[in-house]
Design a protein around this ligand. Structure first.
Ligand SMILES: NC(=O)c1ccc[n+]([C@@H]2O[C@H](COP(=O)([O-])OP(=O)(O)OC[C@H]3O[C@@H](n4cnc5c(N)ncnc54)[C@H](O)[C@@H]3O)[C@@H](O)[C@H]2O)c1
Length: 252
């Protein structure tokens, strides 16, 4: 049903070897998009772009730090010089830290927000300039179940707060950019089968799984399916929305 031929899709945080960004980029490539991967991890970007190219897809990689405005602006200028447009932005890059508020420092709080919210803001603002000119755009942000209900296995209150901030940012942005044919939505994954999950012992995993009605973590492909839908032309009347992808672990 969904076709991204002729579209340029930028996925941040797509340099992780077993993270979700790699799977998102693959999915969009399979659906015909020219995919642009970016990450602070150069080795990871090189490997993931190589993999896509070997499969016959059009893929470009950028190494940069999303918290650095110069990196972000030059990457977007470069993409536009190369492809002329950016149709879809998937704000996937994110960091976390397991720490209680009692042990958290202001520097911890600033570090988490600098990537999860401020970096996302800098890139989204710049990409919106491009999307406004083309009068079309789809933005999908990775929030989290922890941004809605707090808690979660891997993050502290700073992580939850940053992911809640993304929800508010997306809704406000929707009010500003709808007139330019741009939609902005969030996905809120619960526990997903990435490296973090694989690193847990059986003893650590049991209570987590017991709290999920579906009795298992989600797969990156299951998050990709919702992102592809929100990024499609077909999702043209959905903006400021969020989709929970959590096996029933949080329902609202
Ligand atoms: N895995 C889960 O269970 C889960 C659940 C809910 C939400 N999420 C969110 O989904 C997204 C992807 O999660 P994941 O598990 O695949 O994570 P991951 O750690 O595998 O991937 C995140 C990527 O972001 C990159 N990154 C970090 N800081 C960066 C920066 N300053 N500039 C550029 N790139 C940077 C990392 O290098 C990494 O490749 C994150 O935003 C995460 O918070 C994950």
């Amino acid at each position: 049903m969904f076709n991204f031929e002729g579209q340029v899709v930028l996925v941040t945080g797509s340099g992780s070897p077993r993270g979700m960004g790699r799977i998102f980029a693959q999915k969009f490539a399979e659906l015909g998009a020219k995919v642009v991967l970016c990450d602070i991890n150069q080795e990871g970007i090189d490997a993931n772009v190589k993999e896509l190219k070997a499969a016959g897809y059009e893929a470009t990689g950028y190494t940069g730090n999303l918290t650095n405005e110069d990196d972000v602006n030059s990457m977007v200028d470069d993409i536009v010089a190369k492809y002329g447009r950016i149709d879809v932005l998937v704000n996937n890059a994110g960091i976390s830290q397991k720490v209680t508020v009692a042990d958290m420092t202001l520097a911890d709080m600033q570090r988490i927000f600098s990537v999860n919210m401020f970096g996302l803001f800098v890139l989204t603002k710049k990409v919106c300039e491009v999307m406004k000119k083309q009068n079309y755009g789809r933005i999908v942000h990775l929030s989290s179940v922890s941004g809605k209900r707090g808690g979660g296995v891997f993050g502290g209150a700073h992580y939850s707060a940053s992911k809640a901030a993304v929800l508010g940012f997306s809704k406000n942005l929707a009010r500003e950019v709808s007139q330019y044919g741009i939609t902005t939505n969030c996905v809120c994954p619960g526990l997903i089968n990435t490296d973090i999950w694989k690193s847990m012992s059986e003893e650590q995993a049991k209570p987590v799984i017991d709290a999920i009605p579906m009795g298992r973590p989600g797969e990156p492909e299951e998050v990709a399916a919702a992102i592809v839908f929100l990024a499609s032309k077909e999702a043209s009347y959905i903006t400021g929305e969020e989709i929970d992808i959590n096996g029933g672990s949080h329902m609202d």
